[in-house]
Write a protein that binds this ligand. Structure first.
Ligand SMILES: [Zn+2]
Length: 349
């Protein structure tokens, strides 16, 4: 008997997808009397070089909507994989990997952190240039949020994410990895690295071209694409860590981690009473609003599947074109008076 709805949905999708996906229990987490599986899914090509779309959710236990959105995508795949030939065609050529519930103990307890009070998104051995005080990660006390945990050994959950990504995505020609979070703010944002520094990351031209491609494919999309560090800088970001490791190993493929930061002020503004509930501040409460949120991001995931597979317009540009894209990206995101990345809300991711 599953202890909370997201875990129940995960276990039911595990049964439904048994024939179509490689499903693994990466770890078993214990808290008190209870144990929780850490499940991963992998659908499609087993060629290590195949393009990859990765979807992750529930890193922060209070942000249930991140898990729900990842599960909605998995359910969408489960509902199509046995009949949709265009999806089957895609899956012959690429791989979709998912960890929809990275922090089940935190979600069970309604904590941001895991069961050891560690903020999993501050837990990697990465130091920021100038981390935002407290929010950027701290080792003062487990009683405060954003506790980074040990500098020697990562938590089971963060270690499992890293090992899974290394195995499933590091050899890929092109991988796009989306981690679904929610916090304060009125817009849905797509953040690209780094979290640890304001300095642009090496794939800035590619991510700028990807932003333009999204606009071309979905002119009315809702996302604000921007560097994560425009909002705040943090120690210990798992995606910074994996990105740098992948790059440091000189692998031929491109890996783009993105954070989908869903703006929960949209829900709070329309239903101010939900600020009275702690969970309500991070999640839509009304059923119709929840349904809308679950639908809202499917077109993005569909686009990213196509972009990981059809890289022509945004990857592999000649040096001159990369320089031009870099200049345009600097103009767009890093100019002094640029408002495209302005922090309009207190951080919470
Ligand atoms: Zn978060």
């Amino acid at each position: 008997m599953a202890l909370f709805p997201e875990l129940r949905d995960l276990e039911s999708l595990q049964k439904r997808l048994q024939r179509f996906a490689r499903i693994e229990q990466l770890a078993e987490l214990r808290h008190g009397e209870n144990s929780f599986p850490l499940l991963s899914f992998s659908l499609g090509s087993q060629d290590p070089k195949a393009p990859v779309l990765g979807i992750f959710g529930g890193v922060h236990g209070v942000e249930r909507i991140g898990s729900k959105v990842a599960l909605a995508f998995l359910e969408n795949l489960a509902g199509r994989v046995d009949w949709d030939e265009s999806l089957q065609w895609q899956l012959e050529r690429m791989r979709i990997i998912l960890m929809p519930l990275v922090n089940p103990v935190g979600m069970h307890l309604s904590w941001r952190s895991n069961g050891n009070h560690v903020d999993l998104m501050r837990n990697a051995p990465v130091r920021a240039d100038n981390a935002t005080f407290l929010v950027g990660g701290q080792r003062f006390s487990t009683m405060l949020p954003w506790f980074m945990g040990s500098s020697e050994k990562m938590e089971i959950e963060s270690q499992a994410v890293c090992d899974f990504v290394r195995r499933e995505a590091f050899d890929s020609r092109c991988s796009i990895l989306v981690d679904c979070h929610s916090g304060f703010g009125i817009k849905d944002r797509l953040w690209f690295p780094y979290a640890r520094t304001q300095q642009p990351f090496p794939n800035l031209p590619e991510v700028f071209a990807l932003k333009d491609l999204l606009k071309r494919a979905q002119p009315n999309h809702v996302y604000q694409f921007e560097p994560q560090a425009k909002n705040y800088t943090t120690h210990g970001d798992l995606w910074d860590y994996l990105y740098d490791e992948h790059r440091g190993q000189g692998r031929p493929g491109t890996m783009i981690p993105l954070t989908l930061e869903m703006g929960s002020w949209i829900w709070v503004r329309k239903n101010p009473f939900q600020v009275l509930s702690f969970m309500g501040a991070f999640n839509p409460v009304k059923p119709h609003r929840l349904k809308r949120t679950l639908r809202r991001h499917l077109p993005l995931f569909d686009f990213l599947m196509r972009a990981a597979h059809s890289t022509g317009p945004w990857l592999g540009h000649a040096p001159d074109a990369r320089t031009a894209l870099t200049d345009a990206a600097h103009e767009h995101w890093y100019r002094e008076d640029s408002d495209s990345g302005s922090a309009s809300a207190p951080p919470s991711e």
